[in-house]
Design a protein around this ligand. Structure first.
Ligand code: ZN
Length: 255
């Protein structure tokens, strides 16, 4: 059994053939799916996918850094309300992203900090998205150092040294996906460097498809390519990769 710990099944890309996508995932052994929230506007589409496959899909709720604008406080208020009303497996995705510029960096930092506090308060793990933003991200983590934090750095883009630094802030795994199959990926070195117990599997579908589908629409069934690549890098069996990463994800998200 494999767990896709990060997949946007509610993305428009899947609107036409979601049942087929889910059937192919099943054939590939992918049986559980963590569905991260990104904002209020996509919350209902997300929950309708969860209702469609209730035994397999587990939602998280959060405000994605690239969706942070001047109205971020209302967005966080929405997250707070949802957390009072129903069960979620995680807070996220949250974090910082400076790839598209720093226009809302102050707002991103405050929204991230608010979600770190929600994670500690509700005792839910974090799904953290960090893109070209590790330094400011550590700054924010420094402001909440006393909080008991845990979770995943999804689509991990840092190096081994950054991972060691992350570990000082709590019990964090890294999300390993399609990027590990790319040529000259730093992530491949990180995977070699750390233990299977540090990793969970993810696609981030519809984005970040592994080789040989790079650039095309990604889907959970392609996790098998990621499992194979990790097994080759770690010099272990694919079964071992599946067993350990599945156990990691089950423990982290309590699923
Ligand atoms: Zn995502």
């Amino acid at each position: 059994m494999i767990i896709d710990s990060h997949v946007h099944l509610y993305a428009g890309d899947f609107a036409g053939d979601l049942d087929e996508v889910m059937a192919r995932a099943q054939l590939a052994g992918v049986q559980k799916f963590i569905i991260p929230g990104v904002d209020k506007a996509s919350f209902e589409p997300m929950m309708s996918v969860v209702r469609r496959y209730p035994d397999r899909c587990f939602p998280a709720v959060g405000l994605h850094p690239t969706d942070v604008r001047s109205d971020w406080e209302a967005e966080i208020e929405f997250v707070v309300t949802q957390l009072q009303q129903q069960k979620f497996t995680a807070i996220g995705e949250t974090g910082l992203d400076l790839h598209y510029g720093s226009e809302f960096i102050a707002e991103q930092r405050r929204a991230f900090e608010a979600q770190l506090r929600l994670s500690a308060y509700h005792r839910l793990p974090l799904i953290i998205h960090a893109r070209e933003a590790f330094e400011p991200l550590f700054d924010v983590l420094d402001t909440v150092k006393s909080l008991p934090l845990r979770g995943v750095f999804h689509a991990y883009s840092g190096d081994a040294a950054t991972l060691r630094r992350i570990r000082q802030y709590g019990d964090f795994k890294i999300g390993v996906g399609g990027v590990v199959t790319f040529k000259n990926a730093v992530l491949a070195d990180v995977v070699k460097d750390c233990a299977l117990s540090d990793m969970i599997l993810e696609t981030d579908a519809p984005w970040l498809a592994p080789v040989p589908f790079r650039g095309k629409r990604n889907e959970s069934a392609y996790l098998s390519y990621i499992v194979e690549k990790i097994a080759a890098l770690k010099n272990c069996t694919t079964q071992e990769v599946e067993d350990v990463t599945t156990r990691n994800a089950e423990q982290l998200f309590a699923i």
